[in-house]
Design a protein around this ligand. Structure first.
Ligand SMILES: Cc1ncc(COP(=O)(O)O)c(C=O)c1O
Length: 488
């Protein structure tokens, strides 16, 4: 544990940010991400250069107060709609144990997508009743783990999986709580790789099969406690309608189920997918195709999303003359990205530079490749890039920016020239090797997906706590770690 300081880790004064209000750049977030008196990027008042002096680069940096603030806005939204709402943080977005612990202490529950994430959630202290379990390919061992622990709900992905759960419950002499995952044919304006409610996707049970699955589950109440229906339309969903449509679809099935069996369910789960505005600083907006721009700069008010969900639910219940179904109902949500994305950044050092005579490009080569931010490659994801060494200086000079990996796809632009990313990144004039850069909004689907390609040891991660204390939350790998699991 170290104290974050503004003077090389020796002194006591935290350099507090000096550029605030109208003078602050658009990417800044008061109290969290700012420019300090030295002109450096500061996270919760802790100088980014000091952090990398202590922990090297690349380095993931998280802010616990930002995680807490994101969770507080979820809770405020739940309060505003005055309904029972259960938020289960989608741990796939980032399941580092310290992140899970921060989420748990901030007071929401957890969603897991594998036996490993279930293990981590339990290990960090979530109670079984706080956990829901998604996934398309659960094994019997994973299901046993969930049933044995007595988690809140397993979201069932197929009729076959229902049989596995039933068998597990029988084997363990337990009753398993299950919610059925519906794939309702709802499209969104997100990246196709992040849409999960289309019939062409691999997820869930088709609407036509759901009544049968519900009926099948309801036949065996000794082993199965059918408690909900689940939909997840996808990640980074820019519009409110898909959430409302999902809610409508859920209600249709819930009412049909009630009519057929007289039974009620205790929750509907409208999934995750609340978007994050990756383009708070819109200086590259014109360089990106319109569809991507709309997706990356999406902002949804969570209160409005919940309001619409409640409105749709109440309306459907009234129409079916079954208001009592609505009154006892909990709404579940599984936010991941919106909890952790803007609470994390990646610090990276410029390791090399070159100019291409003729082409006229100046290249900046960093030590953060797509092995640390996989989405940058597979979805051409936009992470705003700034100089952490000279955050307050005009970012008006175009550079080609690339990571250290051995393939041409390891670049911060769209190599296929599809304008899904800007061709050039704007940084201050006269960038030199050694300059520290920062990729913003990089807390989600980054650390959780990193891999040691090209024999690059995985980096450290630190968490800045309220008041500026800095804790290592992931130790950097060593070369020895690179060979630790190999057998030769
Ligand atoms: C079932 C499920 N729930 C929740 C999430 C979290 O989505 P997000 O991180 O966009 O909130 C995902 C991720 O795609 C998911 O697959």
């Amino acid at each position: 544990m170290k104290q974050g300081t503004g003077d090389g880790g020796q002194g006591t004064e935290i350099v507090r940010a000096s550029v605030r209000g109208d003078d602050a750049p658009a990417w800044a977030m008061e109290g969290f991400l700012e420019i300090n008196r030295a002109g450096h990027l500061a996270v919760e008042g802790v100088d980014a250069l000091e952090l990398t002096r202590d922990y090297a680069t690349p380095l993931y940096v998280f802010s616990e107060p930002r995680i807490v603030a994101n969770i507080e806005s979820l809770k405020r939204a739940a309060k505003a709609v005055n309904r029972p709402v259960k938020f289960c943080y989608a741990s796939k977005a980032n399941s580092n144990m310290a992140v899970l612990d921060a989420v748990r202490r901030a007071g929401i529950d957890a969603e897991v997508n594998s036996g490993g994430e279930l293990y981590k959630a339990l290990r960090v202290g979530f109670r079984p009743q706080q956990i829901i379990f998604n996934g398309t390919s659960k094994t019997s061992a994973e299901i046993d783990h969930a049933v044995g622990a007595g988690i809140y709900a397993i979201n069932v992905d197929s009729l076959y999986e229902l049989e596995l759960i039933e068998a597990s419950a029988r084997r363990l002499n337990k009753r398993a709580r299950v919610a059925l995952r519906l794939v309702p044919e709802i499209g969104t304006r997100s990246h196709i790789g992040l849409q999960t409610a289309l019939l062409t996707s691999k997820f869930g049970i088709a609407a036509i099969d759901l009544p049968h699955a519900l009926g099948r589950a309801a036949q065996n109440t000794e082993l199965l406690d059918v408690c909900g229906i689940h939909i997840h339309v996808g990640s980074q969903t820019p519009d409110i309608e898909p959430f409302a449509d999902a809610c409508q679809a859920l209600w249709h099935h819930l009412i049909e189920y009630h009519r057929a069996t007289g039974r009620t369910l205790d929750h509907i789960n409208i999934g995750g997918g609340l978007p994050v505005n990756y383009m708070r600083d819109a200086s590259h907006a014109a360089d990106i195709a319109e569809t991507e721009r709309a997706m990356f700069s999406a902002q949804l008010d969570i209160t409005e999303v919940l309001r619409r969900a409640v409105e749709v639910a109440r309306g459907a219940a009234i129409e079916a003359d079954a208001l009592h179904l609505f009154e006892g109902m909990t709404i579940l949500m599984e936010p991941g990205r919106s909890v952790i994305s803007d609470a994390g950044i990646v610090l990276t050092t410029v390791r090399n530079m070159k100019t291409r005579e003729g082409v006229g490009d100046t290249w900046v080569l960093t030590d953060a490749g797509y092995n640390l931010l996989l989405s940058m490659n597979n979805y051409k994801w936009y992470y705003h890039l700034i100089s952490a060494s000279r955050s307050g200086v005009n970012h008006d000079t175009p550079y080609k920016v690339a990571g250290p990996l051995c393939d041409s796809g390891d670049v911060y632009f769209d190599i296929e020239q599809g304008r899904r990313l800007p061709d050039y990144r704007k940084l201050p004039e006269d960038v030199r090797p050694g300059e520290l850069l920062a990729l913003l909004n990089a807390g989600a689907y980054s650390l959780a997906q990193m891999f040691p390609y090209n024999g690059r040891p995985l980096p450290a991660a630190v968490m800045v706590r309220a008041g500026g204390r800095v804790d290592v939350i992931r130790r950097a790998d060593t070369y020895e770690d690179l060979v630790a699991q190999d057998v030769w």
